[in-house]
Structure formats: C-alpha cells, structure tokens
Design a protein around this ligand. Sequence first.
Ligand code: UD1
Length: 361
Amino acid sequence: MRVALVIGTRPQIIKSAPIVHAAKGFPEVELFIVHTGQHYDYEMSKEFFNELSLPDPVVNLGVGSGSHGWQTAQMMMGLEKAYLELRPDVVLVPGDTNSTLAGALTAVKMRIPVAHVESGARSWDMGMPEEVNRRVVDHVSDLLFAVSENCAANLRREGIPDERIRLVGDTMYESIQRHMSDIEREQAAKQYGLEPKHYGVLTLHRAENTDDEARLSSILGALVDLDIDIVFPCHPRTRARLAEFGLLEAIKGRLRLVEPLPYFRMLSLVRDGGVVLTDSGGLQKEAFWLGTPCVTLRDSTEWVETVEAGVNVLVGWDRGRIVEAVWGYLRGGASRGGSSGGLMLAGASRRILGELASFYG
Ligand code: UD1
C-alpha cells in the first residue's frame, strides 16, 4: 500500500514524524512524504526534518507564500502531477493548513482515498482559514483520525458515519513523549538566563492578530504592562508586520525577540516557563501536555479540553484581560482538573497505520 503523506508547514512536520517512524513496523505500508513547500525557510522546515530524523520528501513542490487562492491552486496543480507520477493508494493529510486542504481536494478529485490526521477539531469560527480547511477536509475524507472524544463527537454531529471515524489520540502528544529526554536535556531556560516558572513564552502568527494593527498593538501593550521576562520566537509573518507597523522599537528591550526556535528548544522553554501566551492551536496542547498554563490570544479554540481542564483561558486581544490572566496563572498557579477527554491517549501513530492497513489493504 503506497501512502503519500502530504505536508507543507512546520506543525505538520511534527504531527507526521511519529507516523513516518512507526511505518517502519508495517512492511505492507510504503510511506513517502510529499512537501508542498508552503514553509521554506530552513528554520520553518528543514531544521525540523533534521531534528526529528525524517527522510527527505520524495518531492517538494516549492509553492511558497501567496494569497490563499493562489497558494492552494498552485499546490493542487503540483499535487495532481505528483499523484499521477507517484500513484499513491491513499493520501494522508495531517492538520488544517492550506497544504492539508490542497492535499485532500486534489486526491478526492482524482478518486484517491483520503485519510485525515487530527480530524474533527472545531473552533466554530469560520473566519479562521484553518476552520474552513478542517471542515472541507473532514467531509471529503474516507477515514477520519480523531484526536479526542470531543473531536469524534463533532464529526458525528456533522453527520459523518461512525464507521469512518477512528479515535486514535494525538501524534503531537506521542512526539513529546518520545522526545522527553531530548527536551529535558535542552535546558533552554538556563541558556537564556531565565528563572524557571517565572517567565512567559509567546508565539503569535494568526493573520487576525498579526495583520490588524490595533490588535497587535493591544497584545504587545499587555506584554509590556506585564513587565516579566517574555521570550518571543517570532514567525516571519509577524516580524514583517511588526516592522511594517513600526512596533519593533516599542518592544525592544521589553520582550526577548528571537528567531523561530527548533522543536526541542521550544518545548524546553515551554516546559520550564510559568505561562505560555499564544494564538497557535498546537502550542495550546503542547503547553497542556508539558504542564504549563496557557493564555490563548483568541476568542475561540478547537482544543476545548484544555480550557475545560482549567489550564487554558481565552482572552482575545484585550490588554486588561491578557494581563489579568497571566498574573492569575503566575500568582495562583493552575491545577489541572477533570478528564483530559482523550487528549492523553498514547500510541496514535501505530493506531493510524494499523487502521490504514486494514481499511485500504
Ligand atoms: C500556516 C497555516 C497555519 C499554521 C502555520 C504554522 C494556513 C492557512 N495557515 O500559517 O494554520 O498554524 O502555518 O506556522 O495554511 N513565511 C516566511 N517563510 C516561510 C513561511 C512563511 O517568511 O518559510 C512568511 C511569508 O511572508 C508568508 C507568511 O509567512 O507570506 C505566512 O506564511 P503562510 O504559510 O501563508 O501562513 P502561516 O502564517 O505560516
């Protein structure tokens, strides 16, 4: 069985790594990576391949950045050609990016079966491109690999038949478990001279935050008000906007602005941090698994389990709410309550491969 694993962005590389490694234990599965080239900077792509010991993609379409329509169309044209040449029996798409959408849509139009990893996540906010991508991909997929009970329930509510849904757990969780000693060895807080549990880790890259000057200024204002050590590994999109809006000066000396970090170093910082501030989906979960409370700079989240557990709070971009939430966690700490709703189900990659082998084999 030939499986084309289509990726394009940094988080998709992380989500895919455990599957690529687990495939070695399934001799009937021939799995290869197709990269759209959505992310192309060394520290957004190749560095993660190296760190996670992944083989090179069999093809990189080199699509790069552009508007959503242009980018998705370029990917689809490239993928159509690649699928014709590579003849996959099934296309496996992780996550919710434009690469996920292009990978799935191209396949379904060529009548190649599609399997979606991280299926059923919903923020219920169609203003987010990722929400559009998730919903479309789920509804054209044959096999839907849900991370949690909540994700599986979302799919059922949308009328997807039970026999296509598999609750498998999260490959991002698996990746953290597999690499815990690498993460611990990194000691990033020490490298940056930070006092464990007293500093914040910030990431910001959603268009709705970065491309709106008022929102970006409000968020940065809150971080300056906080007056605590904050490390800010900055996405290239965000750095460009900070420069465009003339905001770089305002945060100079207040936030520790660094380049996007490699995987182990980033997770080491999160693990030893007092609080995470982010608008990323994946980082909300990584903070949850590493035991660091999270303040989410959005009005909605697809990872409601983390909020229900009391270790993640949604604050949008309001300056006062951000400050209050961060101090709440730093002063009072956060104790995780309730069940994890399946977010801590181990062994996702083997389950995914086993299901693929029996569904399509
Ligand atoms: C994409 C995904 C998002 C995911 C994120 C992870 C979509 C719609 N969005 O967002 O879901 O959470 O990846 O990082 O698919 N850029 C570079 N170098 C790179 C890549 C991007 O400089 O290697 C810059 C370009 O200016 C580009 C901008 O970042 O225009 C945005 O990149 P893009 O891939 O379109 O979206 P992300 O914001 O990275």
